[in-house]
Design a protein around this ligand. Structure first.
Ligand code: SF4
Length: 294
């Protein structure tokens, strides 16, 4: 339910960890909107909300107390540094209690900004970017028309990190199907090792309009992974990670197996849990389909 004196343009998405944040839709939809697996914004045409309107919305909630603000929609980071700076300053002025501002971003959004601009954005309060990197494998990225390569992902996100912006990245479990499962997992780990993100989560590929619809959009052969193959893929991914201090979560409703820990400290425990499930699927407490909340 929306308690605020302004209206959201539905559908509205936010990361699970932003459940108690003020969400400001500074853009509508996704400027790319081409990923084969994503239907989040397929009903929306991308648009930029005029600054005067964003300002009014911020003013309208200035009597509320918020610790965190999340900037939506899909890739709000696509806005120019100037536009983002104006919004960040407005938030800090009108909502002085705000301690963290986060945003959905694509790696290219960082590449298009200079290192100085990114530092300015960080100083103005932009703390955290949520990025669906989906895969570190170029064949998978190409097949799903992500519009990014492992290189643009790495360069864009390292640029954000260098500016002090923290990263929460997502990998999409099952995205390469049976055909590319190993290279999807291994190359995603290779990319993550270079990135050393603060937060990592995995979501399971889902088919909101059916598997056939996805296959038509996927540029290659695709056979969906079953439950255990999906878990095995996460095992290969974790096995190849060399992360120093990354908070890992696979607790999104889409996952069959809930895994949480700090990588690398908990890597062995997580791998043991996965191996147990793979060897004893009948004893494993996996989420049933109806519990996956999709
Ligand atoms: S960039 Fe993100 S929001 Fe946009 S289509 Fe791809 S997955 Fe969806």
């Amino acid at each position: 339910m929306n308690y605020f004196p302004f209206k959201y343009e539905e559908p509205l998405f936010r990361p699970p960890s932003e459940a108690y944040s003020l969400i400001l839709q500074i853009t509508g939809g996704c400027s790319w909107n081409e990923c084969a697996f994503c239907e989040m914004y397929s009903s929306k045409t991308f648009k930029i909300k005029p600054f005067e309107l964003v300002k009014k919305e911020i003013e309208s909630v200035s009597g509320f107390r918020f610790n965190k603000v999340f900037l939506a929609d899909g890739d709000a980071m696509v806005l120019s540094a100037n536009k983002l700076l104006k919004i960040l300053r407005e938030i800090k002025n009108k909502l002085p209690g705000v301690r963290r501002i986060s945003i959905y971003a694509r790696p290219s959004d960082f590449l298009k900004k200079s290192a100085e601009e990114l530092k300015e954005l960080k100083s103005a309060g932009l703390d955290l970017a949520y990025v669906g990197i989906e895969s570190g494998d170029d064949e998978v990225l190409k097949n799903v028309n992500k519009g990014e390569t492992s290189n643009t992902t790495l360069e864009g996100l390292l640029k954000a990190k260098d500016a002090g912006i923290k990263l929460s990245v997502m990998i999409l479990n099952g995205l390469g199907g049976k055909e590319l499962t190993v290279q999807h997992a291994v190359n995603s780990a290779v990319l993550l090792n270079k990135l050393q993100p603060e937060f990592l989560s995995t979501l399971v590929l889902s088919f909101p309009y059916g598997e056939e619809h996805f296959k038509k959009r996927y540029a290659g052969n695709f056979t969906a992974l079953n439950k255990l193959e999906l878990i095995n893929e996460i095992g290969i991914l974790l096995q190849h990670t060399e992360l120093k201090q990354t908070v890992f979560r696979s607790d999104h409703a889409s996952n069959y197996l809930v895994l949480k820990g700090i990588l690398s400290k908990d890597k062995e425990n997580l791998l043991n849990k996965i191996n147990f499930v793979l060897q004893n699927p009948d004893k494993a407490n996996l989420r049933e389909e109806y519990m996956r909340g999709l």
